[in-house]
Write a protein that binds this ligand. Sequence first.
Ligand code: 2AM
Ligand code: CA
Length: 267
Amino acid sequence: MQIEMQKLFDIVKEGGALFRNREEAARIRVKGLSDYVTEVDFHVQELIRTRLVQEWPQVQLMGEEKDNSEIDFSKAVWILDPVDGTTNLIHDFRQSAVSLALYDGGKPVCGVIYQPYTEELFHAVPCARGGRSKGECGAFLNGKPIHVSNAKTMGESLISIGTAPYEHEYADRNFDLFKRIFLDCQDIRRLGSAAVDLAYVACGRTDAFFEMNLKPWDFAAGRILVEEAGGTVTDFAGNSPDFRKKGSILGSNGKIGELLVERYMNF
Ligand code: 2AM
Ligand code: CA
């Protein structure tokens, strides 16, 4: 299927502009432990859903704030997180993004991550699939090609972690892992948005990012970005993740991901 990327950019930017509504960001519902949704999340999803249906009426939508039980993954499906980094949004911490990916027949077609605070728009179109979308293939930040870092050792790596705050039963295991990695790398970061984390790996700001049990909309677009920027995205055992399911995600420049799996993640 053919997607005109500029249309998609306009849609995610329109959605991202709604992040600045502090009144709506203060209207919060608790979905689970450390798992929140605000009026902004619903508003952004509804706006983007409406626009996508206008442009591509045949494509299904999987979205964080809707029921997804009827999705047929053998056909085209948008995977949308209207606000990735909702806790950050609530605190006006300014590290949140719209994350939107398109998969068709189980294959990635394109991914877009838009960070409205910095007006940074990351996008990727897989080259291996023969340019299914109009425009160039590869990974880009505001239209310029991006690439993962060249870091080859732990000592030169800045590593972004995800704390899985909604699953405290893994806290001991997670923080033990963070400590072992922290002692060997340059430093660690905790941004609070898996989509932004993966976009930062894709453009080489960090060398790796990992978090347990992410949902498809947290990583669907970021995965395409990292892979098209020359990196890898796996689970903690180094295997390819299933974009339809919840799972642990490790995105990296390739080399640092290999080191993390070999030396630290073999619990
Ligand atoms: P969100 O802000 O869209 O909810 C933070 O640790 C990362 O985990 C964010 O990308 C966040 O996305 C995601 N997240 C929050 N709650 C989650 C849950 N219950 N399961 C999986 N990922 C979650
Ligand atoms: Ca979300």
